[in-house]
Design a protein around this ligand. Structure first.
Ligand code: NAD
Length: 349
């Protein structure tokens, strides 16, 4: 299959590009290369005849038309987005432009191309979204996000993603564009940009710096290993029913405090501190404004309809992730110089 992947120089998009290439697909990686991008994530395929890179901004509709006409993809996997909640609190404008207007441009460029091809039934527009569109859950473990949970986004980031989900559904209902949607929980793993919680904790620990935990650390997330996520995304693309959405979770709920404690235990084993434990570096800092209490995915639909479940527990995934950061210092060192990385953002709310 010839796949047009947007955001393929980012964290999850690059995992999708690597998996699709491993599986013998052709990939066109469309990415504007914002502060969050790193082409090193896909450098192993730079000279592969099955791979092409287009530095294109999804806010530019005309440029997207050129990319579709040039590469003639069989399917689109749309991951390009502004993705950091804290940055969306300080500057929501980019989130509106890329996540909403950019998705609108992608839908229109894809629709024009699909119509010009006589509307092939096999074409797919796969929109990758987040469980944050569903809002915040109570502590009761029996309550989880299903595909039918009403939307209730609470941050500029999640509101922009919710808007883009609505646009994608509307393009299916109104124009018949064969779309599939996925809403996933928090990802982690190799190539995670060093402004997100897990890499921040690993890299601060290695530097002997405080490990910041927002609020009291009781917020619960359902952690999904990025390579499991990429596998699920390919499956939904190939087997998902047009017009349908699928929630993808890690089935690994942990409080932020538990997560950081697990990371400390792994680091204590792999790279012991000269004195004491990495736990000593844990520091509680001011909470994020509007911080959602709990996210948890009900995996019933993807399990029963597509027979998918994650391959690792969060402990196994974190072990692999810590090892990856220990082995890839050159990758993360250069990214730490980028604007805003290592600073506390999103406290202005
Ligand atoms: P990321 O920030 O690591 O990567 C985003 C990529 O999109 C970057 O390479 C960036 O250069 C590119 N991009 C941004 N604006 C662009 C524009 N205007 N035009 C073209 N390219 C642009 O993000 P990620 O964590 O890999 O997330 C990928 C997708 O998955 C996003 O849509 C995000 O909303 C969704 N998602 C992420 C998570 C998570 O835990 N990371 C969870 C749920 C959903």
């Amino acid at each position: 299959m010839k796949l047009l992947v947007t955001g393929g120089a980012g964290f999850i998009g690059s995992a999708v590009v690597r998996l699709a290439m491993e599986r013998g697909h052709q990939v066109i990686n469309v990415d504007a290369l914002t502060y969050a991008a790193c082409l090193d994530n896909v450098a192993m395929y730079a000279d592969d005849p099955n791979y092409a890179f287009e530095q294109t901004d999804i806010r530019n509709r005309a440029a997207l038309d050129v990319v579709f006409a040039k590469h003639r993809p069989d399917a689109v996997m749309h991951l390009a987005a502004e993705s950091h909640v804290d940055r969306s609190i300080d500057g929501p404008g980019d989130f509106i432009e890329t996540n909403i207007t950019g998705t609108y441009n992608m839908l229109e460029a894809a629709r024009a191309y699909w119509v010009a091809q006589n509307k092939p039934e096999s074409f797919r527009f796969h929109h990758i979204s987040t469980d944050e569109v569903f809002g915040s859950l109570p502590a009761d473990p029996s309550v989880m996000f299903s595909e039918d949970t009403p939307y209730d986004p609470r941050s500029p980031y999640s509101a922009s993603k919710a808007s883009s989900d609505h646009l994608v559904r509307a393009w299916h209902e109104t124009y018949g564009l064969p779309v599939v949607l996925t809403n996933c929980s928090n990802n982690y793993g190799p190539y995670h940009f060093p402004e997100k919680l897990i890499p921040v904790v690993i890299l601060n620990a290695l530097a002997g710096k405080p490990l910041p935990i927002y609020g009291d650390g009781s917020n619960i997330r359902d952690w999904l290993y990025v390579e499991d996520h990429a596998d699920a995304l390919m499956l939904v693309l190939e087997k998902g029913q047009p017009g349908r959405s699928y929630n993808i979770g890690g089935e690994n709920e942990r409080t932020n405090l538990e997560l950081v404690q697990t990371l400390c235990a792994i680091l204590d084993k792999k790279q012991p501190k000269a004195k004491g434990s990495y736990l000593d570096l844990i520091t509680f800092v001011a909470d994020r404004p509007g911080h959602d209490a709990r996210y948890a995915i009900d995996p019933t639909r993807i399990r029963t309809e597509l027979n998918w479940k994650p391959s690792v527990t969060v402990e196994e995934g974190l072990e692999k992730t810590v090892q990856w950061y220990l082995d890839n210092e050159a990758w993360w060192r250069s990214l730490q110089e980028r604007h805003g990385v290592g600073q506390r953002l999103g406290t202005k709310g």
